[in-house]
Write a protein that binds this ligand. Structure first.
Ligand code: FAD
Ligand code: PYC
Length: 404
């Protein structure tokens, strides 16, 4: 049957690197590809390369559990993630590629009185920022999520939940491929198997990247390398307040539809949705140690599945099919870094930690604007590395949904 696949058109070219580009993006994940696309499409910067050490979308973009929401507490982050949400809502049309964005609703369960109070505060803050949100009581939760154990007999009985009905999931690979195809069509060079090994500088400014395929010159460089960003900063000669941790996910064997939304609990600590194929998509928190191996430890798997069975006893005999890990770059305030750096013309976009997939279109858009103009986009400005000197942190640990 594979013979039918023989004459498929390539989705993008496989170009030879040019000697110099206006902008080089390091990292061909969703954020890097989105940045390149918006640079070419919205800001008229078409002499762009995306330099990727492996294959496009093979990092956290391909390893995440695809939850999309914008219900963050503080104005700065709510506005950034809501900017992304609005782009998600038109993304399949914009890219002419079905990214399978499904606004099926995201529930964040409350198990204590303090959860309820924090959630009320967050929903109110969301609404003031134009982000949809509702606070449900236990009876409403039981009605909306039939198989969830809402009885009083559990270790942490469910008292209520927030729900963002515009939240949901998307198809992660399609996001990378859609942006890649569209960027390539606008003339962006996508350079796979090309690893950045260092930055060449002149008079305190970056003038290009050293790669395993030789030197490639650039007027500006944007680094979007997720879990590898600490290393990239070191190569550029400065430090970033990042810790890299494994974050795991699991999928079950495919079963008939039982869960039609996304359900997350920070108290028992697990989350779940069901893919269109029928697999249950499951995750929890980071593995506590720092590391760069794209795998996790057994203890975390056990803890995650305990939580899922506690929430959904009906799933206790479902078998798990696959498990994997990605490397997430966490910051002290659980917020990203989108910033200029001490090296002129070198910009970083990282620190998205456990929650950057949902931001992909917005992050790419504001980073592209910043690279095109040489000045940070207003939505990106609060996420400068300066905040770790000034103390103007934006603490989003409560909204991060995945503990770290
Ligand atoms: P990546 O996709 O990791 O791309 C970075 C790229 O840089 C990689 O392809 C890598 O190969 C490349 N690179 C690194 N070093 C170099 C170099 N020296 N030279 C060239 N290229 C280099 N977020 C959500 O919003 N919702 C979720 O449900 C969610 N679930 C998650 C579940 C798991 C298990 C994991 C691991 C993450 C999850 N996330 C989630 C987080 C999300 O995946 C990331 O924040 C997001 O995908 C980061 O995208 P990116 O494009 O910045 O990074
Ligand atoms: O940020 O919503 C999120 C998330 C869910 C799972 C991992 N991250």
């Amino acid at each position: 049957s594979l013979s039918h696949h023989e004459n498929w058109q390539r989705m993008w070219r496989n170009p030879t690197p040019k000697p110099v580009y206006d902008v080089i993006i390091v990292g061909g994940g969703g954020h890097g590809l989105a940045t390149a696309y918006y640079l070419a499409k919205e800001f008229g910067v078409k002499n762009v390369a995306v330099v990727e050490k492996g294959w496009l979308g093979g990092g956290n973009t391909a390893r995440n559990t695809t939850i999309v929401r914008s219900n963050y507490l503080w104005d700065e982050s709510a506005q950034l993630y809501e900017h992304a949400m609005k782009l998600w809502e038109g993304l399949s049309q914009d890219l002419n590629y079905n990214v399978m964005f499904s606004q099926r609703g995201v529930y964040n369960l409350c198990h204590t009185l303090q959860d309820m109070r924090d959630s009320a505060r967050r929903v109110n803050a969301n609404r003031l920022n134009g982000v949809d949100g509702e606070l449900l009581d236990a009876r409403q939760v039981a009605e909306e999520i039939p198989f969830l154990d809402c009885s009083k007999n559990t270790r942490y009985p469910i008292m209520g939940s927030t729900v963002q009905r515009r939240g949901g999931v998307a198809r992660h690979d399609a996001v990378a491929w859609g942006y890649a195809r569209a960027a390539d069509a606008l003339g962006v060079d996508l350079l796979q198997n090309t690893e950045v090994l260092g930055f060449r500088k002149q008079d305190g400014a970056v003038i290009g990247v050293e790669t395993n395929r030789g030197f490639i010159g650039a007027k500006r460089v944007g680094v979007v390398t997720a879990g590898n960003s600490g290393h990239m900063a070191k190569q550029a000669g400065f430090r970033l307040p990042l810790e890299s941790h494994p974050l795991q996910a699991l999928v079950s064997e495919p079963i008939k539809p039982v869960i039609d939304s996304v359900i997350m609990s920070n108290a028992v600590h697990g989350y779940i949705s069901q893919s269109d194929k029928g697999d249950l998509v499951i995750g929890a928190g980071i593995d506590g140690y720092n590391g760069y191996g794209q795998r996790g430890s057994y203890g975390t798997i056990e803890h995650t599945l305990q939580a899922i069975v506690e929430m959904f006893p009906i799933l206790s005999r479902v078998r798990m099919n696959r498990q994997w890990g990605g490397i997430v770059d966490t910051t002290p305030d659980a917020c990203p870094i989108i910033s200029k750096t001490p090296v002129k013309n070198l910009f970083f976009n990282c620190g998205w930690g456990t929650g950057g997939f949902k931001a992909t279109p917005g992050s790419g858009h504001v980073f592209a604007a910043s690279l095109a103009r040489g000045e940070m986009h207003p939505l990106a400005k609060p996420f400068s590395i300066d905040r770790f000197h000034t103390g103007a942190l934006i603490d989003e640990h409560g909204a991060a949904a995945v503990a770290h």
